[in-house]
Structures are given as C-alpha cells and as structure tokens.
Design a protein around this ligand. Structure first.
Ligand SMILES: [Zn+2]
Length: 219
C-alpha cells in the first residue's frame, strides 16, 4: 500500500504527527486501524514514515484524528488550528470576564443595600436614643452614617459602571460610559439612556456583562 509520493512531503514528519495525534486520543494502532477498516500494520507503517495514507483514506483518517488534510501532510497543526485555539481562548476569557462582571454587579448591589441599611439603622438609633445622646455624639453618628452611605454609593455606582459594557440599541456598539454620562443618564435597573460613541444616537442601552453577549441577556 504505497502512498502518493508528492514532492516535498515529509513522510517521517507526517508519521510522527499521526502517532502523536493517535496517542493524544488514547487510541492504539489497532483501534485506529479498525475505525478506518485497515490493519494495524498499515497504521504502523505510516507512523514509521514508510508510506503515506492512500488518498481515499486521507479524509477519514483526518476526521478520526481531528485535523485537516493540509495539517496531516504538513505534520503539524496549522494556523487554522491556531485560529481555533485562539477562538477557544477568546471564548474562555469572555466567559471569565462575564463571570467577574457578574460578581461586580452582585457586590455593587450588596454594597448599596448594606450601606443604605446601615444609614437607616443609625438614623433610627439616633432617633430612639435622642434623649440619652448628647448633641456631639448625635452629630458624630449622623456624620458617620452619611459618610459611609456616600462611600457606599460611590463604590456601588463605580462597580456597576465598570461591570461589563453598555450596548447601543441602535447599532449594537458596546462601550463604557463616562462618569458624567453615567450619572446624568435616566435609567431603569438594566437600561440606561446613553449616547453611543459610534452612531451618536441616544438609546436605552442595555447593561451587558461582556462584549460578545447577545441583546436581551439577563444579569
Ligand atoms: Zn450606536
């Protein structure tokens, strides 16, 4: 079963590559042979570099090994595979980004709720013990209550603003608004009226957790 002898093909390299891919898949020569309805000797021959697969076997072999013909004959994964790997990396980092942004949002909600609760509790406390507390103590407690509320509000808003992006309803552009735009924009829980830096229109921009996210995503 002599394979095609095409000019610059490096049989030994292709052979090593076949062996490497087969081992990555945890297959024996026999198991790979069975999938292709050929003998383990043929697989062994390829791997030793003494013969390339027949043309009719190239496609099925590549399918089994998860590479394309070009890569098999080159004896290495090529840019197509690199692109795919890159794409997978991108998806992973997108997922990670999303996860981190969701955490930010949760933390921002938690901060907002807890600092508001603290403010209310301290104000009630001062009201309740009004008769017992001296004026400086009252002022101190109220001052502290306002200060922690202000700080909490700032943390809440900056985390909300920095988590993910706002997505233009008109053109789909994702962007981070400036503080000024963020603060002045009317908003609901998930949308904020902002001017898109790309198309310049003011739309009810959805707060998305990552750039690749389709519209209508919950958060
Ligand atoms: Zn736009």
């Amino acid at each position: 079963m002599e394979g095609p002898q095409i000019g610059s093909l490096d049989q030994a390299r292709t052979g090593r590559f076949i062996q490497q891919l087969r081992k990555e898949l945890g297959l024996t020569q026999r198991q790979l042979g069975e999938k292709l309805m050929i003998s383990d000797k043929t697989v062994s021959k390829w791997e030793c570099g003494s013969g390339l697969p027949e043309i009719s076997l190239l496609m099925p072999l590549c399918r089994e090994l998860g590479v394309n013909v070009n890569e098999l004959l080159s004896g290495q994964r090529l840019s197509a595979a690199d692109y795919q790997r890159k794409a997978e990396e991108n998806i992973m980092s997108l997922m990670k980004e999303r996860e981190e942004n969701v955490k930010k949002i949760r933390l921002s909600v938690f901060t907002g709720v807890s600092t508001t609760a603290t403010l209310i509790i301290l104000v009630l406390l001062v009201g309740f013990y009004a008769g017992v507390m001296s004026l400086p103590v009252k002022l101190l407690v109220i001052g502290f209550a306002c200060l922690q509320f202000g700080a909490g509000l700032y943390v809440t808003m900056s985390m909300d603003k920095e988590a993910g992006y706002f997505k233009c309803k008109a053109c789909g552009e994702t962007f981070k608004p400036t503080w000024r735009a963020y603060l002045w924009a009317p908003h609901t829980i998930t949308r904020r009226w902002l001017r898109c830096p790309k198309c310049g229109r003011v739309t009810a921009c959805r707060h998305v957790m990552s750039r690749g996210e389709p519209d209508g995503q919950e958060r």
